[in-house]
Write a protein that binds this ligand. Structure first.
Ligand code: SF4
Ligand code: SF4
Length: 197
């Protein structure tokens, strides 16, 4: 799979100095992917790379080449665990984890369906939960996730185990809910301003 992806990327005919996708990533994350010199240290350290369709270094290269379809439809960005190992290893100080986030945002803005919808559902359930409760309320988040994915019986055993060990609270603690709501509102306003700029 890695060899195939490498060949595909090397054979891309696009030779623009700065691809539109690279510009979008720069706008969203402040990261200049053109600094990358393909040392692949990011890929070598990534704990998830063995399941990714394109390794982090390949994805960065594909962004530079303007291979929008490949990048925006890749599973890589949705599998990324945001552990930042790549970010700390990059000799060019490219924050690869931020690039992954920027690609996800760009894909959603352009109406591209997430390559792994369950991950997007998890993010949405977690954010909705934090917005309502002020912090993560695990049981509520799980219910929100199940309602989004319709995978009602998956991981039931694990859930029961957590419940027995007291890891899942029945009632959320709502301390800080107002402050969190204000933060969400502020972010929304900033996004609105950026969209209109
Ligand atoms: S942040 Fe994502 S891409 Fe980077 S090392 Fe972690 S999982 Fe891999
Ligand atoms: S570690 Fe940095 S310079 Fe090396 S391939 Fe990854 S992004 Fe590029």
């Amino acid at each position: 799979m890695e060899k195939e992806a490498g060949k595909m990327i090397q054979s891309c005919p696009t030779t623009q100095a700065q691809s539109q996708l690279a510009e979008a990533v720069l706008r969203e994350s402040g990261q200049n992917v053109n600094l990358c010199y393909q040392c692949r240290k990011c890929a070598a350290g990534c704990p998830i790379s063995y399941v990714m369709d394109y390794k982090p270094a390949q994805l960065i290269h594909a962004i530079r080449l303007g291979m929008d379809d490949l990048v925006l439809n890749s599973k890589t960005v949705w599998l990324c665990a945001s552990c930042e190992t790549c970010t700390t290893r990059c000799p060019q100080e490219v924050d690869v984890a931020k690039v992954m986030d920027a690609v996800k945002i760009t894909a959603l803005r352009r109406g591209v369906k997430p390559a792994i919808p369950q991950v997007a559902s998890f993010y949405n359930a977690a954010l909705a939960n934090i917005k309502k409760c002020g912090r993560m309320y695990e049981l509520g988040m799980i219910v929100g996730f199940k309602l989004r994915t319709f995978e009602f019986f998956k991981d039931v055993g694990l859930g029961m185990k957590m419940f027995r060990k007291g890891k899942l609270r029945m009632v959320p603690s709502l301390g800080g809910a107002l402050t969190t709501l204000r933060i969400f509102r502020r972010v929304k306003n900033v996004e609105k301003k950026n969209r209109n700029a």
